[in-house]
Design a protein around this ligand. Sequence first.
Ligand code: 13P
Length: 256
Amino acid sequence: MNKSVRKAVIAGNWKMNKTRPEAKELISSLVPLVKDAGCEVVICVPFTNLETAVALTEGTNIKVGAQNCHFEKSGAFTGEVSADMLMELGVEYVVLGHSERRQYFGETDETVNKRTRAALSAGLKPIVCVGELLWERECGITEEVIARQIKLDFFGISKDELLSCIIAYEPVWAIGTGKTATAEQAEEVCAFIRATLAKLYDSETAEAVTVQYGGSMNAANAAELLSKPDVDGGLIGGASLKANDFSVIVGAATNG
Ligand code: 13P
């Protein structure tokens, strides 16, 4: 187990927040605060802010991500955006399979798999989200749920392609609830994800994949979560909307 072989990645998921002027203000505040980060810093912004974010982060250490992409290259898919469209804008990452997409927009493991393949083919780096519902945890099937998601979401994805992906463990009960998983719970599932990847691929590959924790991570609890050996970073919702809070989390990853 060697955490140092992996890239620590702190990614902000802005969700459906920030108009363009608000995005400009947040990014301008963030740039100087994270310029010396010892980890990868990513902001996943709404589609309408992508061009602004790419322009404002040019020449900085902040990378830009989108929050979804469709699996077809083009066509009659009203409201959707393709992976090629994101690449052309200068976007590097894309969040896929977020529990809010699964819960509110009918996303399934099959469509997450298709979107992940399309994103990889276009050259994007997918941040694939997995996580159990509270009820599933209470029924004692967290590991079954996570293993199923990993197997289906990464079906047909090669070892080399996997190395371009990040996996975000986001227990659904911890998202936006202020109810964070304990560092031990986060570590347990992140380590389980790695063990599952080792079975599906091999242990060397599994050791090299960045596994993030997400769910009410904030400036106060980040250091403890990120100190765990299998927690390689964070996917941050609410706390990524405040430059100071987000930069404290980046600092915790730098030190952790
Ligand atoms: P919160 O940090 O607001 O709980 O959101 C987590 C999340 O869903 C990140 O993708």
